[in-house]
Design a protein around this ligand. Structure first.
Ligand code: FES
Length: 100
């Protein structure tokens, strides 16, 4: 799926929409490339939780929760809360809120 153009929207605190992103990119990569502010104290290594986001819709279009996310205390049974640096888009639409 990497390289395919997908319809993706990220809602920052200012509710900026970002569309037509490549599948396989993480939410943090997409935010960085589009000047959307998202905290990233560990530089995207999955060890700080400052990039935490809330998935509003399109959860089925994201990768499964990673081992790093589980190690940081995120609950696979509650997959609407993800780490932006570990969460990638597989395809289709997705709405994510940078809520923390
Ligand atoms: S940037 Fe640190 S966990 Fe994502």
């Amino acid at each position: 799926m990497i390289g395919e153009t997908q319809s993706l929207k990220i809602y920052s605190r200012e509710k900026i929409k970002i569309e037509n992103q490549e599948a396989g990119k993480t939410l943090l990569q997409i935010a960085n490339e589009n000047d959307v502010q998202i905290d990233q104290a560990c530089g995207g290594n999955g060890v700080c939780t400052t990039c935490m986001v809330k998935v509003k819709s399109g959860m089925e279009n994201l990768n499964e929760m990673t081992e790093k996310e589980e190690m940081m205390g995120l609950d696979p049974e509650n997959p609407e809360v993800r780490l932006g640096c570990q969460c990638s888009i597989n395809g289709g639409e997705c709405d994510v809120e940078i809520a923390f």
